[in-house]
Design a protein. Structure first.
Length: 97
C-alpha cells in the first residue's frame, strides 16, 4: 500500500491508514485517512469523523478535511455527467452510458 499511497492512489492511502490503525498507530492512521478524505474518499472521511468524535482529530483539522472533501467531490461533478447519469437511470440502466 505504501507505494500506491506515494503515487497518489487514494484507496491505497486509505488502506494504509487501516493497517496503521490495526497496528495501534492511531495518529498515523488518522493522517493517512485525512489525506485520502481530502481527495474525496468517503470511507476515509467516516474514519476521520470517528477520530474527531473520539478525540484523535482536532476540530480545525476535521473542518479543513470536510471542506477539502466537499471541494474534491464538487470538482468531479459536471452538468454533462449529471445529465448522462439521469438518462441512464431513466432508461432503467440498460445500454451504454
Amino acid at each position: 500500500y505504501e507505494l500506491g499511497a506515494m503515487r497518489g492512489d487514494e484507496s491505497a492511502r486509505h488502506n494504509l491508514g487501516t493497517v496503521e490503525h490495526s497496528e495501534g498507530n492511531t495518529n498515523r492512521a488518522m493522517r493517512h485517512w485525512m489525506i485520502s478524505a481530502r481527495v474525496g474518499m468517503d470511507d476515509s472521511l467516516k474514519m476521520i469523523r470517528q477520530g474527531f468524535l473520539n478525540g484523535y482529530v482536532k476540530k480545525d483539522e476535521y473542518e479543513k478535511t470536510l471542506r477539502a472533501h466537499k471541494e474534491s467531490i464538487d470538482e468531479l461533478k459536471s452538468d454533462q455527467r449529471d445529465n448522462a447519469s439521469l438518462q441512464y437511470r431513466l432508461s432503467g440502466g440498460v445500454g451504454r452510458m
